[in-house]
Design a protein around this ligand. Structure first.
Ligand code: CUA
Length: 335
C-alpha cells in the first residue's frame, strides 16, 4: 500500500510539474533530507490543491445559479443567509483551519527532524562561498589536516556529511536540490547543513541567492559515491601535485602570475585568493560549472576569463602561442 501511495504521489507530481527527474531537482530526491522535504511538499500540494478545487467548484456553482436565476427572471431571495449556506460556511471554515493546522504541524515536525539529524561521526566539510565559486575543504580523518579543492563536492553514500558554511564576500546560498534543502551562506555567520545522500551519481548544486552578475555561474558538481570510492578520492586529493613540468609552463604557473592567486600544493604556487588548482584536471568542470573540463576550455579561460564570465576576479593572462600551449598542457596534467 505504501509503495502504491508513493507511486501515485510521484505520478501526480510528474503530471503536475512536467517531469521530475534530473540532476538539479528537489522532486527526484537522492537524499534523506530531500525525501523528507518532498513529503512535506506533497502534503502542502494536496491540502492546497483540494482547497483550490473546492473554491473553483463553489465559484462555478454560484455562477451557474446566478445565470439560471437571470434566465428565469426571478429576484434574489430576500434573506440569502439560509440554513444551507450557513452550514457550508461553517464546514469551509473548519476545513481551512484543519488544513492550516495540519500544514503547521507537518512543517514543524519536518524542521525538527532535519535539525536533529544524527551528526556524530559525520564527515566534516567546510564550504566557503566566493564571488563566484566555492572553496571546499575536507578534514582528513587520518591526519586531521584540511584538504582543499573547489567547485566539486564528493559525498559518501549513506553517510552523513556535515557542511560548515561561510562566505568570503556577500550572501550566497548553498543548495543541492536532489540531496537536501538550501541554506544561506552569510559573511560572519557559521551555518551548518547535514547531507545524507542515499543514491550514487552526479548531481548539480547551485548558488540560490543573487550574489552579483555571475550568480548563475556559481554552480557545484556533486558526486555521491560508495564510501570506498570516496576514501580513494580523498586520499588522491590529499596528495601534492605531481612534480615536474615544462619549464615554459612553470615560469607562468608556479613562478609567474598564476601563483599570486592560486595554490598548487607541492609547488611554489601558494596563492589563497582563487581556487586551489592542485588537482584541477580531476574535476568535471571549470569556473564553477561554467565550462566542461578540457584543454581547450582551460586555454580559453586563461586567455579571456572575462569574456566567459564577465565580472570575474580572474584577470586575463596574456600568453604567447607556445606559452598558452604549455600552460594548458601543464594544468591538464594536474589530475
Ligand atoms: Cu553566490 Cu549567487
Amino acid at each position: 500500500m505504501g509503495r502504491t501511495a508513493a507511486m501515485i504521489r510521484t505520478l501526480f507530481l510528474c503530471f503536475l510539474l512536467g517531469g521530475c527527474a534530473g540532476v538539479q531537482t528537489p522532486l527526484d530526491p537522492a537524499g534523506l533530507q530531500s525525501a523528507q522535504l518532498l513529503s512535506l511538499f506533497g502534503l502542502m500540494l494536496w491540502v492546497c490543491g483540494v482547497a483550490y478545487v473546492l473554491v473553483l467548484g463553489f465559484l462555478g456553482w454560484s455562477l451557474w445559479r446566478a445565470r439560471r436565476r437571470i434566465a428565469a427572471e426571478t429576484a434574489p431571495e430576500v434573506n440569502p443567509v439560509h440554513r444551507g449556506l450557513s452550514r457550508g460556511l461553517w464546514g469551509w471554515t473548519a476545513f481551512v483551519a484543519t488544513g492550516l493546522l495540519l500544514l503547521a504541524i507537518a512543517s514543524f515536525l519536518t524542521d525538527w527532524t532535519l535539525a536533529r539529524a544524527e551528526r556524530r561521526g559525520a564527515i566534516e566539510v567546510s564550504v566557503t562561498g566566493h564571488q563566484w565559486w566555492w572553496r571546499i575543504q575536507y578534514r582528513d580523518p587520518a591526519s586531521g589536516q584540511w584538504i582543499e579543492t573547489a567547485n566539486e563536492l564528493h559525498l559518501p553514500q549513506d553517510r552523513t556529511t556535515l557542511i560548515r558554511l561561510g562566505a568570503a564576500d556577500v550572501i550566497h546560498s548553498f543548495w543541492i536540490p536532489n540531496v537536501a534543502g538550501k541554506m544561506d551562506v552569510i559573511p560572519g555567520r557559521a551555518n551548518q547543513l547535514a547531507l545524507t545522500p542515499r543514491r550514487a551519481g552526479w548531481f548539480r548544486g547551485q548558488c540560490a541567492e543573487f550574489c552579483g552578475p555571475q550568480h548563475a555561474h556559481m554552480a557545484l558538481d556533486v558526486k555521491v559515491e560508495s564510501p570506498a570510492e570516496f576514501t580513494a578520492w580523498l586520499a588522491a586529493q590529499a596528495k601534492p601535485a605531481a612534480a615536474g613540468g615544462d619549464p615554459t609552463a612553470l615560469a607562468v604557473v608556479t613562478a609567474g602570475p598564476c601563483a599570486a592567486c592560486h595554490m598548487i600544493r607541492g609547488t611554489d604556487a601558494k596563492g589563497r585568493v582563487g581556487p586551489d588548482l592542485t588537482h584541477l584536471a580531476s574535476r568535471r568542470s571549470l569556473a564553477a560549472g561554467t565550462l566542461p573540463m578540457s584543454r581547450g576550455a582551460v586555454q580559453g579561460w586563461v586567455a579571456q576569463p572575462r569574456a566567459i564570465k564577465p565580472g570575474t576576479m580572474m584577470p586575463p593572462v596574456p600568453l604567447s602561442g607556445p606559452q598558452a600551449d604549455a600552460v594548458s598542457r601543464y594544468l591538464m596534467a594536474l589530475k
